[in-house]
Design a protein around this ligand. Structure first.
Ligand code: NAG
Ligand code: NAG
Length: 621
């Protein structure tokens, strides 16, 4: 009897496992991920009860536990957790004595990567100031705008940025009663304070702790500027809660306190400051910080410092793959890479070349209210909508009309969901748990990112501006940015996909695909700007053959522009706007241009003659 009962139960369990495997092949991975996220969320809550409500609280907690552990390694110098604590105390003391800053004031930082970036950041946080990280690559008019919208009371300028600063910028700040400080012993400007000479004159003990105390995790901790493709940068509001969650990214990849991070991304970017530096604090790990990314030094540094993990964005991994192969390419200790923007082809090449590194590609934006995360072994996917993900955050892919650049609606004005396998606009439900904090000083821009009455009256969604596809198993794939995808002959062309296919050619190093306008033609026609590999020639015939094999005719770029180098943004993304505007006119463009010529089954040089005939409509495309 018992025996029969037992075998029934065993059989039942077995059947359950088998059907789970068939119908929910990712059940266990989904469950583990869900539980992990839940645990981390409740950890943040529990810590808040113990007084850890901000990144600086977390840092102080670590200083208490592991004061002598190396925290930063920069140009060979080791700064322990205690060292950084002490020096940031001094920065706080200088501002307390000379700075006339109050708790809650916003202070903008214009500094390059280096330990002092972190000392100033932490020093200000200890005074309860809100920090705003400025991108030192943008022009001074843009910088002024940034200081204005976040209502900065003071600006701290790093010594390394002084050289490129325009005097006018300083004058305008002073005129607006903004205090200006330089991280230097003397100042080339009048009425500008110096910090370095004062650090030795103040004590290194802590400023009163009530200054940094946070009552509510939803208060603003920092502003991070997002580089929109048009207009001025916008300041995304990062709350303390959001900042603390961002610090957890590396833990979710299985990193531990033994890991050593190699950080080459600019610190004013949320990825480097919170996922990177914040991630090390969370782990109690060491961060090897670099002034700037260098593809040729990358692996030597990783070997030298025994680095075990790094952060990437955009095309960074491609630049590593573009370096000449070396025998010791696989000799290193790196095991984790976290980031976003790696293309599937680069991903595969990267793994073949540099060995079994776990790549965690995530999807998220500075100002967005959700992120997806790859926790299964699926190359190309940016994340997964698992069985349990609905409990973590709610998102939808909405049907989108690319030619009109608007959402498709039903007769009641409600949005429709994109079908499986069909690109849709990713939107995420805004709730108490997943709030959208918006941009400071720019209600219009904040409101523009929100969609109201999407499915029912009164609902609010955050518009990510990205088109994604979900497959039958719930994996999400990035298709394109809204606005990058264009329409030609009534078909949608996703620039990312076309670039992927062109990038498979062995003579091509880098590709940037976009659509250009032609007079009297509806939509935009495809064009590709490419950088050739060193010592390689453009082979129009092979490219033609390859594209015919892989792409439908409407998606094949009609024009190819050969470039010496691709311009990238400070976040390693390709710039498209100026290429779109320059179009394909050989009178304007001095670089070689090619034209897809079907009769010759090849790409041929685009002469002025051909250009004239295309422009006049004599050559019909
Ligand atoms: C890296 O690891 C090796 C072996 O584990 C050790 O001998 C070496 O000192 C380490 N280097 C650094 C910079 O920590
Ligand atoms: C997902 O993560 C696994 C490791 O857990 C990695 O092997 C795989 O390449 C990653 N894929 C994507 C698309 O992120």
């Amino acid at each position: 009897m018992t025996c029969m009962w037992l075998s029934t139960v065993t059989g039942g369990i077995l059947a359950l496992f088998v059907s789970l495997k068939i119908f929910f092949p990712y059940f266990w991975e989904d469950l583990v991920f869900f539980l992990k996220r839940k645990r981390l969320k409740s950890m943040i809550k529990k810590r808040a009860k113990n007084g850890i409500l901000s990144v600086i609280d977390l840092f102080m907690h670590r200083v208490g536990k592991i004061p002598h552990k190396p925290f930063l390694i920069y140009e060979g110098n080791v700064h322990t957790y205690e060292d950084v604590d002490r020096r940031s105390n001094r920065v706080a003391q200088v501002f307390l004595h000379y700075g006339a800053l109050k708790k809650g004031d916003t202070v903008a930082l214009l500094m390059g990567n280096g330990p002092d970036f972190i000392h100033v950041w932490f020093g200000l946080a200890k005074l309860g100031c809100v920090v705003a990280f400025l991108n030192f690559n943008v022009r001074s008019r843009s910088l002024l705008h940034c200081c204005n919208i976040c209502a900065a009371k003071a600006v701290v300028i790093g010594e390394d940025c002084l050289g490129s600063i325009e005097t006018e910028f300083i004058f305008h700040l002073l005129e607006n009663n903004v205090n200006v400080w330089v991280m230097s012993t003397s100042s080339p400007f009048q009425h500008v304070g110096t910090i370095l000479d004062k650090l030795d004159k103040v004590p290194d003990h802590p400023v009163p702790s009530h200054l940094r105390a946070v009552n509510n995790g939803r208060c603003t901790a920092m502003y991070i500027f997002t580089s929109g493709s048009t207009g001025f940068p916008k300041a995304a509001i990062i709350t303390h809660l959001r900042a603390l969650s961002a610090c957890l990214a590396f833990i979710q990849c299985g990193a531990t306190s033994q890991d050593i991070m190699y950080l080459t991304l600019p610190l004013y970017h949320i990825s480097a400051s919170l996922l990177g530096v914040g991630g090390c604090i969370e782990l109690g790990a060491t961060c090897v910080l670099k002034k700037k990314f260098s593809a040729s030094q990358f692996w030597n540094d990783c070997r030298k410092y025994n680095a075990t993990m790094f952060l990437y964005i955009g095309e960074l991994c491609r630049y590593l793959c573009n370096q000449p192969s070396k025998e010791g390419d696989r000799v290193h200790k790196v095991r984790i890479a976290l980031g976003n923007g790696i293309r599937p082809a680069v991903w595969k090449e990267f793994l073949m070349r540099f060995g079994p590194i776990k790549i965690f590609e995530f999807y998220g934006s500075t100002e967005g209210n959700v992120g997806f995360f790859n926790y299964t072994n699926k190359i190309g996917a940016v994340g997964r909508a698992g069985i349990f993900s609905k409990f973590l955050h709610s998102f939808e892919l909405l049907k989108y009309d690319i030619s009109k650049e608007e959402l498709m609606k039903d007769k009641h004005g409600r949005c429709k969901k994109a079908r499986i396998g069909e690109p849709g606009l990713l939107v995420t439900l805004v709730t108490q748990e997943a709030p959208f904090s918006g941009y400071v000083g720019n209600n219009e821009a904040s409101e523009k990112k929100l969609l109201h009455n999407v499915f029912v009256k009164g609902d609010v969604y955050f518009n990510t501006g990205d088109l994604l596809v979900m497959d039958g198993n719930g994996f999400l794939y990035f298709t394109d940015r809204v606005g990058d995808t264009f329409r030609w002959k009534g078909e949608n062309v996703a620039t990312v996909e076309v670039a992927e296919i062109i990038g498979m050619m062995d003579f091509i190093q880098e590709v940037n695909v976009y659509g250009v306008n032609i007079k009297n033609c509806e939509g935009r026609i495809g064009m590709a700007a490419v950088v050739l590999k060193p010592d390689q020639a453009f082979d129009g015939e092979r490219l033609y053959k390859h594209l015919v094999d892989f792409l439908p005719s409407y998606a094949r770029p009609r024009f190819v522009r050969i470039m010496d180098a691709m311009q990238i943004t400070s976040t390693f993304k390709h710039q498209k706007m100026h290429l779109v505007n320059e179009g394909f006119n050989p009178e304007i463009i001095s670089e070689p241009l090619y034209f897809l010529h079907e009769p010759s089954c090849s790409y041929i040089l685009l002469t002025r003659e051909i250009y004239k005939n295309v422009a006049s409509g004599e050559i019909c495309l």
